[in-house]
Design a binder for this molecule. Structure first.
Ligand code: NAD
Length: 542
């Protein structure tokens, strides 16, 4: 290749409005009907070939759990081992492709998603993961497109990072792909996370075995087919739904296990890390471990905060996508003087929220993902109802008759260490602690020390000194920190996302920091005229 091409400058994908009368509203509604009616069969895909094991599970709609959307073949141990072999084999060819060719595949995928595939991926996310059209659009379409385009741009920057050279010498850095495959394990809550976990390492020349979450298999499968349509060669990403524990055992026995790219709960990530460490002597290289995990994200309001803005941030930040965003606010600290007015505003706003089937576009919320989540979340609510130290300020109701619906729920706890303030609930439940106005500094310490997590957090204050103090006190309490804004809604290319402490390795998805984890740099020094005498000048006679 006799050129150094520049990749196209990425711009964030515009988020479509789906307002009445717009063309996108009509097309997504049509696609949603189709996705709803066509129950599909999803095979395992290994080395580009479909495998039907006959051991299946159903994808049902969370807002209508009697309705099956897909039947999925679950990989057996032999198929998982075959996927690892296919990934290793595919890397020989894929790892030698030029960056331009690899990048072109993913840029084409971005354009397919922005155009003809957009509403299939959105509709399957709405039906299968119970997202409203707006929540599907910002995730499955916009964020996924951004991941693909910005990652190409960041990869170009990484490849451009080259060392200095001395006289007669040319030093170069060759950013080799890792020697092996990545196991990408994705969560249910973002279609785009699944797509990014497998495609980011693949962009850097490594291959992947991708295990989607059971409950997001439908949208993830269509996304995989989109990658194929964009020209991704067989075996570069292998789509392998299956039992995660069995898969762990099979894949962790592989010499070429080069890394895990995980997003999900903290407990699962910790168990994976421990298992991987126990197998360390098997591997050709030390596997890379990248994991974005749980959170107990906070909003802390100073007495100078704007109450109207705070109310909206609390409602949007806590209840959008039923509180199932890793970044969703789930604990809030409010000064006593502000609480009566804030309480009144919150109760009115929460009372106005419509919840139901995402096919009805007037709904702001839909169902939580499955029975397990429903049981867990309602368990916390029931415990709160029985606790005399906790007031149910709004919501508290739930029904699993048709779908897994839980009302947006606002709790106020007397004890700042109540379970609902400390533990990740991952549902539409926000717990408030009301603090004395003169305890701002003490409250910041409380925010910092209450939970083991450190994913997102927000501070609301008009007083600059209060913001400065909060920034200092909460430096390690959040990987994504917001001033006078809700703690969710990070945009690729604008707010690189990830948290530390128990929230993950903080490698910031959709940034160069993440892509760096999937390369193994080789330093090359070339000397043009090498010395031919071993002696140094100081050794000459006087
Ligand atoms: P989860 O941990 O239940 O599942 C995540 C993935 O791990 C799924 O594919 C699942 O099948 C797999 N898995 C489950 N048990 C496993 C095991 N023993 N070994 C290997 N893999 C296993 O999480 P979830 O319910 O899908 O997602 C919600 C969680 O993800 C929340 O804790 C949330 O905070 C977190 N999350 C974090 C971020 C972030 O960026 N920090 C983003 C999204 C979600």
């Amino acid at each position: 290749m006799n050129s150094t091409p520049n990749v196209p400058q990425p711009h964030n994908e515009p988020v479509l409005s789906y307002a009445p009368g717009t063309p996108e509203r009509a097309t997504v509604q049509e696609e949603l009907k189709r996705v709803w009616q066509d129950e599909i069969e999803i095979p395992v895909i290994v080395g580009g070939k479909e495998v039907r094991t006959g051991d299946t599970y159903q994808v049902v709609s969370p807002h209508d759990h009697g309705h099956t959307l897909a039947t999925v073949h679950s990989a057996d141990a032999a198929t998982v081992a075959a996927a690892a072999a296919a990934a290793v084999e595919a890397q020989r060819e894929w790892g030698s492709w030029s960056f331009v060719d690899r990048a072109a595949v993913f840029l084409k995928a971005a354009d397919l998603l922005a155009g003809p595939w957009r509403q299939l991926i959105n509709a399957s996310t709405m039906a299968g993961q119970s997202k409203t059209v707006y929540q599907a659009e910002i995730d499955a379409a916009a964020e996924m497109i951004d991941f693909l385009k910005f990652n190409v741009h960041y990869a170009e920057q990484i490849y451009g990072m080259q060392p200095d050279a001395g006289p007669g010498v040319w030093n170069r850095m060759e950013y080799r792909p890792l020697e092996g495959f990545i196991w990408a394990i994705s969560p249910f809550n973002f279609t785009s996370i699944g797509g990014n976990l497998c495609s980011a390492p693949a962009l850097m020349g490594t291959t992947a075995v991708w295990k989607p979450s059971h409950t997001s298999t439908l949208s993830n499968y269509h996304l995989f087919r989109l990658f194929e349509e964009a020209g991704l060669p067989p075996g570069v990403i292998n789509f392998v739904p299956g039992n995660p524990v069995m898969m762990t055992d099979v894949l962790f026995a592989e010499e070429r296990m080069a890394g895990i790219h995980f997003t999900g709960s903290t407990a699962v990530f910790q168990s994976l890390w421990q298992k991987l460490a126990a197998n360390l002597d098997r591997y050709r290289s030390y596997p890379r471990i990248v994991g974005e995990t749980g959170g107990k994200d906070f909003i802390v309001a100073h007495p100078s905060a704007d109450v109207a803005a705070l109310t909206v941030a609390m409602v949007r930040g806590s209840y959008e996508y039923q509180g199932q965003k890793c970044s969703a606010a789930s604990r809030c600290y409010v000064p006593k003087s502000m609480w009566p007015e804030l309480r009144e505003r919150l109760v009115a706003m929460i009372g106005d929220i419509r919840m139901g089937d995402p096919a009805d576009f007037s709904n702001f919320m839909a169902a939580v993902i499955d029975r397990k989540s429903y049981t867990k979340i309602t368990g916390y609510i029931e415990e709160a109802k029985a606790d005399p130290g906790i007031e149910i300020v709004a919501g508290g109701g739930a029904s699993d008759e048709v779908g897994y619906f839980i009302e947006p729920t606002l709790l106020r706890a007397d004890d700042p260490h109540a379970r609902v303030i400390c533990e990740e609930i991952f549902g539409p439940v926000l717990s408030v602690y009301v603090y004395p106005d003169d305890s701002w500094s003490e409250t910041l310490t409380l925010v910092d020390t209450t939970s083991p997590y450190a994913l997102t957090g927000a501070v609301f204050a008009q007083d600059r000194a209060a913001l400065i103090e909060a920034k200092r006190a909460l430096r390690y309490a959040a990987g994504n920190f917001y001033l006078n804004d809700k703690p969710s809604g990070a945009v690729v290319g604008q707010q690189p996302f990830g948290g530390a402490r128990a929230s993950g390795t903080n490698d910031k998805a959709g940034s160069p920091l993440n892509l760096l984890r999937w390369v193994s740099p080789q330093t090359i020094k070339e000397t043009f005229v090498p010395p031919i005498d071993y002696r140094y000048p100081h050794m000459r006679a006087e």
